[in-house]
Design a protein around this ligand. Structure first.
Ligand SMILES: NC(=O)C1=CN([C@@H]2O[C@H](COP(=O)(O)OP(=O)(O)OC[C@H]3O[C@@H](n4cnc5c(N)ncnc54)[C@H](O)[C@@H]3O)[C@@H](O)[C@H]2O)[C@H](O)CC1
Length: 519
């Protein structure tokens, strides 16, 4: 039944060797692509069959999650649904009819004066009650107000009893979204304030981008995809969701390896204002596993880093590009701050990278160097991966004088579209982009996209970006891979380290703990 289940904290165990990384890739579609795939089937009379499969799958997942959460079967379970006027409401009604036949006490609140007629009939025939409020004893609340047919702004239905959602976690019902939380844009993940956050979304036909990207990714909870027979009608998609089982270290060293063959990473990081960033980046790189880490930084920064990681080799910030002759990868930016001298030395390194084609991660203060490269070359180059968070990406939008991009990066706006934004930056700068956020979006200049839903809220703390840069730098120095692959491995290692130290997502740790958890 389920092709995709993304429970967030764990992934089904398989038989993989310790040093093998197994990427689980899932195709991701826009709501419009799913609707287009449905069309030929609807046109040939298969609508009821599709809805039947969707409803059965929804009922199955509700039953499963209810019994996991409550530790008992479905008999007597109190399940209420908010039902909208379209097919999304129809799915909800048929699903409740299934659950009623398995002994659940089901109720529906109709949010409009009309509802899917056959669905309503089936619901009533199975013993379902239409009510005008959410019964306080509701254990599962199904949100089936609007699905992919949603347009415009969403206003949460004013239904008496809905304040049950504000109850303590122990009393609050399990909230299950039918296809997607009502009011989430299935294409982009844009969502207004009225959307009800789901614990679980059961989606139909294919994984929708809006369930993963932007605010939608924070409102959709656990994800299940129910196949309903659209597969051969779905287009080839350039967007995939990645998760990595047991991300371990980079490829294990071979018996014939030496430090140079395992990759040399050149870091341009740290300043008197931000020495810690260099420590975190270097520490993460060392722990990821790489032949050698060279740190180009002011003397005071070098000595602090080397006292923590004696294996790091220091070179002064004024080093000529000859110091990089053996480098297989470069990281420029963490903790550089805004001192003109350090930035111009970093600029020289970036120039060398763009000339030589060495793989380079450009992060934090290093992103400010893009402005000059736009003037000089009109962009960057495909050997570069930039790793902005949304605020930094907005500054890039200003450099590019791209207002459409700026609106796509405004998470509160109905135009918010982080996937398209990352693609647009990648295309404009001719480099790969890793847009950080609760869902990380990695885009190549050719328009391919990888999404990674971290579900590690504790990552929102100072210095974790420096750790990620160190990981990505080590991976690019040791591997001959494309940026999408390296980025997918890097974000997975980063998240996995956090999940090891903070499995319950309490957030009581700092970035140094993430480095320690890397080993
Ligand atoms: N097509 C199929 O056979 C299948 C569809 N599935 C499910 O159906 C929905 C899409 O159904 P559709 O009827 O096209 O749209 P919705 O039910 O999502 O919504 C249409 C309904 O909602 C009202 N509406 C639109 N915008 C708003 C708004 N901003 N605020 C309030 N109400 C709004 C509008 O009046 C329409 O009447 C899909 O998500 C699936 O759940 C199944 O997948 C099976 C196959």
């Amino acid at each position: 039944m389920t092709v995709t289940s993304l429970p967030g904290w764990w992934w089904p165990k398989g038989r993989y060797s310790r040093h093998q990384e197994v990427a689980m890739l899932v195709n991701v579609y826009t709501g419009d692509q799913i609707r287009a795939a449905e069309k030929p089937l609807l046109d040939t009379g298969y609508g009821p069959a599709l809805m039947g499969r969707a409803a059965y799958g929804l009922a199955h997942h509700i039953a499963h999650h209810h019994s996991s959460a409550r530790g008992r079967g479905l008999y007597g379970a109190r399940i209420t649904a908010l039902i909208g006027p379209g097919n999304n409401g129809g799915d909800g009604l048929y699903a409740l009819a299934h659950l009623a036949r398995r002994g659940a006490a089901v109720a529906a609140v109709l949010t409009r004066d009309r509802a899917h007629p056959e669905g309503l009939q089936a619901f009533r025939a199975a013993g379902g009650r239409v009510v005008d409020h959410i019964p306080p004893s509701t254990e599962v609340l199904v949100d089936a107000v609007v699905g992919t047919g949603f347009r415009g702004d969403f206003v949460r239905p004013q239904v008496p009893g809905l304040e049950i959602l504000n109850d303590d976690a122990a009393l609050r019902p399990l909230v299950v979204a039918c296809d997607l939380p009502s009011g989430v844009n299935a294409d982009t993940g844009a969502a207004g304030e009225g959307v009800i956050a789901a614990d679980l979304s059961v989606t139909f036909g294919g994984m929708k981008q809006g369930l993963i990207a932007g605010r939608g990714g924070t409102l959709s909870g656990m994800l299940h995809t129910v196949p309903i027979g659209l597969e051969r009608h779905l287009p080839k998609t350039p967007v995939r969701l990645t998760s990595v089982q047991e991300p371990t270290n980079v490829s294990s060293p071979l018996p014939t390896d030496h430090k140079y063959s395992r990759g040399v990473l050149h870091l341009v990081a740290g300043s008197s204002a931000f020495p810690g960033a260099a420590l975190l980046t270097a520490g993460a790189a060392v722990s990821t596993g790489v032949g050698m880490v060279v740190l180009q930084a002011p003397e005071a920064v070098r000595s602090r880093v080397i006292s923590a990681y004696p294996e790091v080799v220091g070179v002064p910030p004024s080093s000529t590009p000859a110091a990089m002759d053996r480098s297989d990868g470069v990281v420029i930016g963490p903790g550089l701050g805004d001192q003109p001298q350090l930035l111009s030395e970093a600029e020289a390194v970036l120039e060398h990278v763009l000339e030589s084609g060495t793989a380079c991660v450009l992060d934090a203060s290093g992103l400010g160097l893009i402005r000059d490269q736009l003037r000089r070359r009109g962009g960057l180059s495909t050997n570069v991966l930039i790793t902005p968070h949304v605020g930094e990406a907005r500054r890039i939008a200003v450099m590019l004088r791209d207002r459409v991009l700026a609106s796509m990066l405004d998470s509160g706006s109905a135009k918010a579209d982080p996937v398209e934004a990352a693609r647009r930056v990648a295309g404009s700068l001719d480099c790969s982009v890793l847009l950080k956020g609760s869902t990380t979006v990695v885009a190549s200049p050719q328009g391919e996209v990888l999404l990674h839903r971290a579900q590690a809220p504790g990552l929102a703390t100072a210095g974790t970006g420096d750790v990620l840069s160190g990981i990505l730098g080590a991976l690019c120095a040791t591997q001959e891979q494309d940026w999408l692959t390296v980025a997918a491995q890097g974000v997975s290692m980063h998240t996995a380290a956090v999940q090891r130290i903070d499995p319950e997502g309490r957030g009581r740790f700092g970035a140094s703990a993430v480095v320690r958890a890397m080993g």
